[in-house]
Design a protein around this ligand. Structure first.
Ligand code: IPM
Ligand code: MN
Length: 372
């Protein structure tokens, strides 16, 4: 008997529900085909949760997430909160609180240049060709979670960046281990010439390195790293960063892939895990069925990896790869065959469900049919 796996599905805001609907199709393709016994439970988070429950992370959502084997999240954020900085309950708080609640201290963001998409990056083809690196971002500490405040005058504010040895070690270890399985290079991104916390990062990571003698460890100041990520991205294998630096470097790195709509991520701690696209809620496209669902779909591949179901994860990646190769994609990638978000989800569903039978591109093009 296969064990029941519970997944909490949190579509969130903006394009979140549209792209998550496609990710769910992919899970269903595998579930339908092989009776994987996956159970999905939906819950609200972010702006939609403030609208429906007055709280960006309602208790019901917390309970569902805590009781699940994995969380699949869409996107968070609504422009109606962007211009009033005095609002107390912000959608993003829901996400930060959820990361903390589930103790998701490690965030993994793979960055890859797809051969068929090299022209979509504003960077030169020869610079990004074959780029393949992964960012390990600390996710529950640092300046995001330190003491913060504004004084009564409203003219003075502060955010505190705190890290402990233990917090650094628990993200550094999986980063070293990832490097062992890859090209054995680990780069710590910090600002050790200025920040005390960065000096602690260097010391802790340096002290760990004898346990991984095969891994070549180097260090880069974050300002220099920001430059090298676009000047010479091939030099990177595994990047290890604190919370804020990892946030910034990962958006910058998305330029290599050609679209933020392609980047998946996974987050984990000791007992919970979450999978979400790197992109935001893209409110300009919300409700129009034109967002790119690939980041959300590839996040489900990372989910299957995490469940140790490598073959299923590869089925998903192969189906996505086929669509990229044949240029059957959403508008952000100016494809030969333009699909909507839901059509691309249907095509990927069919490719997985029917074991990669031939794609009848003409049929897709003329009839916009997904029967292939
Ligand atoms: C991300 C996002 C979040 C972050 C926001 C929405 C709080 O930018 O996941 O990268 O800063 O961590
Ligand atoms: Mn970000």
């Amino acid at each position: 008997m296969k064990k029941l796996k519970k997944i909490a599905v949190l579509p969130g805001d903006g394009i979140g529900p549209e792209v998550i609907a496609q990710a769910v199709k992919v899970i269903e393709a595998l579930n339908d085909k092989e009776d994987l016994k996956i159970e999905l439970t939906y819950a609200d988070v972010g702006a939609v949760a403030i609208d429906n429950h007055g709280d960006p992370l309602p208790d019901e959502t917390k309970k569902i997430c805590l009781e699940s084997d994995a969380v699949l999240l869409g996107a968070i954020g609504d422009p109606k909160y962007d211009h009033d900085l005095t609002i107390q309950k912000r959608p993003e708080q829901g996400l930060l609180e959820l990361r903390k609640l589930l103790n998701l201290y490690a965030n993994v963001r793979p960055i890859k240049a797809y051969k068929a998409l090299l022209d979509f990056s504003p960077l030169k083809k020869e610079v990004i060709e074959n780029v393949d690196f992964v960012i390990y971002r600390e996710l529950t500490g640092g300046i995001y979670f330190g003491k913060k405040g504004m004084d009564a005058s409203g003219e003075k504010a502060f955010d505190t960046c705190i890290y402990t040895k233990e917090e650094i070690e628990r993200i550094a270890r999986p980063a070293f281990e990832a490097a062992m399985k890859r090209r054995k290079n680990l780069t710590l991104i910090d600002k050790a010439n200025v920040l005390e916390t960065s000096r602690l990062w260097r010391k802790v990571v340096q002290d760990l390195s004898p346990e991984y003698p095969e891994v070549n460890l180097d260090y880069l100041y974050v300002d220099n790293a920001a430059m090298q990520v676009i000047q010479n991205p091939k030099r990177f294998d595994v990047l290890l960063c604190g919370n804020m630096f990892g946030d910034i470097i990962s958006d910058e790195s998305s330029v290599i892939a050609g679209s933020l709509g392609l980047l998946p991520s996974s987050s984990f701690g000791e007992s919970h895990c979450m999978f979400e696209p790197v992109h935001g809620s893209y409110p300009q496209a919300a409700g129009q069925d034109r967002a790119n669902p690939i980041a959300a779909i590839l996040s489900t591949a990372m989910l299957f990896d995490h469940f140790n179901m490598k073959a299923h994860a590869n089925d998903i990646r192969n189906a996505v790869q086929r669509c990229i190769q044949e240029s059957i994609l959403t508008e952000d990638l100016k494809p030969k065959i333009l699909t909507s978000c839901s059509e691309l989800g249907d095509i990927i569903y069919t490719l997985i469900y029917d074991n990669m039978i031939d794609i009848n591109t003409q049929k897709i093009q003329t009839a916009k049919s997904v029967i292939i």
